[in-house]
Design a protein around this ligand. Sequence first.
Ligand code: NI
Length: 257
Amino acid sequence: MKYFDTHCHLDFDQFDNDREEVVKRAKEQGVEYILNVGTNIESNKKVIEIAKNYDFIYSSIGIHPLDVDKVKIEDLKEIEKLVKSEKVIAIGEVGLDFYYSKDKMEKQKEFFIGQIEIAGKYNLPLIIHQRESKNQLIEIIENIKMPEKVVFHCFGGDLDLARYCLGKNFYISFTGILTFKNAKNVREVAKFYPIEKIMVETDAPFLAPEPFRGKRSEPFMVKYIVDQLAKLKEKDINEITDLIFKNSIKFFLKNDL
Ligand code: NI
């Protein structure tokens, strides 16, 4: 069976000691593609470097909302430069996150808008991170031209937000949270959302699915998220695995699949 881990952070220092083995383990267990996602300028550069070493690892470039205090708005020019690097296939992760505080709201908005524009300009898919920021996020989306392809990564919203995303023709993607005991709302969304618009991701090193919960997450664990999705959809695991893989290829790599 084939898997596409559409969102992880192999550049993080949690992988400094065994990055190569982590990648090898993923490949051995059927992970055909990995999208490694940058979070700040340094991270983006590292992500681009890692992609040079493996033919099946691609890069997404962006400033994470919780990293905006490390940058100035002029640094978006640097992002535009990095976007032109080889194997960069998306902009992200970008968005709004007010979980810890609303202090940086204006700066987060400024960066979000700037990076939506970059995605539009280079015709790249956009990976959105959202936490405790639903209304502010919707307000921005309603007032700007969005790129053709948008995914809400690590979907943790409610059915309301899911309905909104569907109305906009966005994709959503699920992490290991889908397997957590207390994640009833997220499972409801998974049951509701059309399978054609769903992708999966590990968000490694975070959010390892059951039975690895609490451990460092790795791309090979993406299988456990797909299996859970098949269970929720009451469909054959092979069929769902194949569909999710094709969705991801179509979204990130080839339009004409
Ligand atoms: Ni992430």
